[in-house]
Design a protein around this ligand. Structure first.
Ligand SMILES: Nc1nc2c(ncn2[C@@H]2O[C@H](COP(=O)(O)OP(=O)(O)OP(=O)(O)O)[C@@H](O)[C@H]2O)c(=O)[nH]1
Ligand SMILES: [Mg+2]
Length: 213
């Protein structure tokens, strides 16, 4: 790793060990905060670990609500990082949650899509993929939507602690190969475990760099 990367990792570590505040929860687009700061959004299938990843990145146990019950996050939740505020994180409802009522799922899906497609301050979206499952049709659908809207995104493998090293390597290679076909996808794949801290320091540095785009 270059000295520059190390410096950014250290800068990001310091920033995230400082102020991180929950700002608001937006159930509909009309409740979004003013687009005053750069934003980085967390998307992915229900239960993939979006809220847990935000907790790990910010070093807070439960600033974002994580749960064993899929479909826990139902609104766009905004968090502010830094004093003065440097950027915002957005924890979003998961997609592909089969057990939620169709109407509810449609409502979340529309909220997430409208936000992602229309937000001028959105610098990067992180699309989370469960290491155990790899890319599912709903993930590809999300990636295509982001490609079409020209919203740059990073793919992040989650729960890397849950599978064996060989399986993890196989998923990593498959996801990386698939990602090359997506023009708005950042070429580097992040492998993380919110539980064990794997890949967290590097991802922190990456989102800090993204927030400055
Ligand atoms: N072992 C392990 N478990 C994890 C990890 N990340 C998340 N989990 C677990 O996975 C479950 C779902 O995590 P959440 O962070 O709530 O997932 P989410 O994507 O926010 O879910 P929704 O809000 O329902 O879309 C919880 O039980 C977490 O404890 C990880 O890195 N390792
Ligand atoms: Mg959540």
């Amino acid at each position: 790793m270059s000295e520059q990367d190390q410096d950014l990792i250290e800068e990001a570590r310091k920033l995230f060990s400082g102020r991180v505040d929950f700002l608001l929860s937006a159930p509909q687009l009309q409740f979004l905060p003013e687009p005053e700061y750069p934003e980085v959004a967390f998307a992915g299938r229900s239960n993939v670990g979006k809220s847990s990843l935000i907790n790990a990145l910010t070093g807070r146990k439960s600033i974002a609500r994580a749960s064993v019950t899929p479909g826990r996050t139902q609104e766009l939740n905004f968090f502010e990082i830094g004093t003065p505020t440097q950027f915002r994180f957005i924890d979003m409802p998961g997609y592909g949650f089969a057990k939620a009522p169709v109407k509810v799922v449609e409502k979340w899906k529309k909220l997430v899509r409208d936000y992602l497609r229309g937000r001028v301050v959105l610098k990067r979206t992180l699309v989370l993929i469960d290491s155990r499952h790899g890319l599912k049709p709903v993930d590809l659908e999300m990636m295509e939507m982001l490609d079409q809207a020209a919203v740059g995104y990073r793919l992040v493998l989650t729960k890397a602690d849950k599978i064996k090293a060989e399986e993890l390597e196989a998923t990593r290679a498959a996801v990386e190969a698939a990602s090359r076909k997506h023009p708005a996808c950042f070429p580097q794949l992040h492998v993380t475990s919110a539980e064990k801290g794997m890949g967290i320091a590097e991802l922190r540095a990456a989102v800090l760099a993204d927030s400055r785009l």
